[in-house]
Write a protein that binds this ligand. Structure first.
Ligand SMILES: Nc1ncnc2c1ncn2[C@@H]1O[C@H](COP(=O)(O)OP(=O)(O)OP(=O)(O)O)[C@@H](O)[C@H]1O
Ligand SMILES: [Mg+2]
Length: 348
């Protein structure tokens, strides 16, 4: 990644009647950077991507590619490679021909086309399927062909709309690592749409978290996880226990459900499940809460527990697999954390 901006969205908006699909979106993507657009269904991810590709006309704002205003440039003149959410392949062309399509159109010599197609086929694990037609492929295979078709032309900007939604978990993880490797190697500037936070964390340089058409937070996966800017981001990225800390009657701070807190001041705080430690001693003093274990789930890498507090709150806790040896569902347990584990969410 070098400095500067490859792709810039400036106050980009799109309305459909009274629906605001995208609201004044500002985003600067650096050359070779992969930015994920992450958010729940209907938050405006696809609309944003389609405006960049030139398939949806913005209601306001500008799109700049390498400093050049492309807002009203026709789609086919923009140097973008897009994978649609419904990976539209050419039904009458084989896998190899689908991938080669953009290269032929650009007049790339035959030998080089063959070489570049073969590379995509290997990379996307489509070996042996080169001669098949789309209808002879599984949904996941079709998606990988669509990714190959977009990447093979080395576009200035790659636009991927949930490109792996039809892959099973294992293939999905493998393919996204391959995509990330290739994207980094070729230095492809990429916008990657997903509603899967784990996927966004795994492959992005930065994540743009969207909610109801607005950009809620832009930052590295680490920044977004460690310092969420809003309650929405805290709850959407990873699991979060939230406390609204106010001054208590006996001095100090107290949560809305009566848990004494030692923290920097009155604010809303995020407490990540993996920061909580469980033991069976009584809860005394701040930053401790007693309850009973309601659910214990073994996740392979560890254990996730729901601790039902006497005030009614379900506290989410994550810890080592050994937790399952020490506690059983129904057992009493005390959750503890420190002031450093509480991250304040800036007031809106
Ligand atoms: N052609 C259209 N006409 C009217 N409303 C639309 C149109 N396209 C999108 N919308 C609305 O704009 C909003 C954003 O849609 P968009 O497709 O961008 O969401 P998304 O984030 O991609 O969601 P998903 O994760 O479900 O794909 C939604 O409320 C949607 O109903
Ligand atoms: Mg979409």
């Amino acid at each position: 990644m070098s400095g500067g901006t490859e792709l810039a969205l400036e106050g980009l908006s799109r309305r459909y009647g009274s629906t605001v699909a995208v609201a004044r979106m500002d985003l600067a993507v650096a050359p070779g950077e992969l930015v994920a657009l992450l958010g729940p269904s209907g938050c405006g991810k696809t609309t944003t991507l389609r405006m960049v590709a030139g398939f949806v006309e913005p209601s306001g704002g500008r799109i700049l590619l390498r400093g050049r205003d492309i807002t009203s440039m026709p789609a086919h003149k923009r140097d973008t490679g897009m994978v649609f959410q419904s990976y539209a392949l050419f039904p009458h062309l084989s896998v190899a021909e689908n991938i080669a399509f953009g290269l032929h159109r650009r007049g790339v010599p035959k030998a080089e086309v063959a070489h570049r197609v073969a590379r995509m086929v290997a990379l996307l694990k489509l070996d042996g399927l080169e001669a098949r037609l789309p209808r002879q492929l599984s949904g996941g295979q079709q998606q990988r062909v669509a990714v190959g078709r977009a990447l093979v032309i080395n576009p200035a900007v790659v636009l991927l709309d949930e490109p792996f939604s039809n892959l099973d978990a294992l293939l999905r993880e493998g393919t996204r690592i391959e995509l990330r490797r290739l994207q980094t190697e070729l230095g492809l500037t990429t916008l990657f749409v997903t509603h899967d936070q784990a996927e966004a964390m795994a492959i992005s340089d930065r994540i743009a978290v969207m909610n109801q058409g607005r950009l809620e937070q832009l930052g590295t996966p680490r920044e977004i996880y460690d310092r969420p800017a809003t309650r929405f981001v805290a709850g959407f990225i990873g699991r979060a226990n939230l406390f609204d800390a106010k001054p208590g009657a006996a001095g100090g701070l107290i949560s809305e459900d009566g848990i004494p807190l030692e923290a920097a001041g009155a604010a809303t705080y995020v407490l990540r499940p993996e920061r909580i430690v469980l033991d069976d001693a009584p809860a005394e003093g701040p930053n401790a809460a007693a309850g009973s274990i309601e659910v214990l789930s073994f996740l392979g890498t560890g254990v996730q527990a729901v601790l039902r507090l006497s005030g009614g709150r379900a506290l989410l806790v994550e810890g080592p697999a050994s937790l399952a040896d020490r506690f059983r569902p129904g057992a009493a347990a005390t959750a503890r954390w420190t002031a450093a584990d509480l991250t304040a969410i800036p007031a809106p």
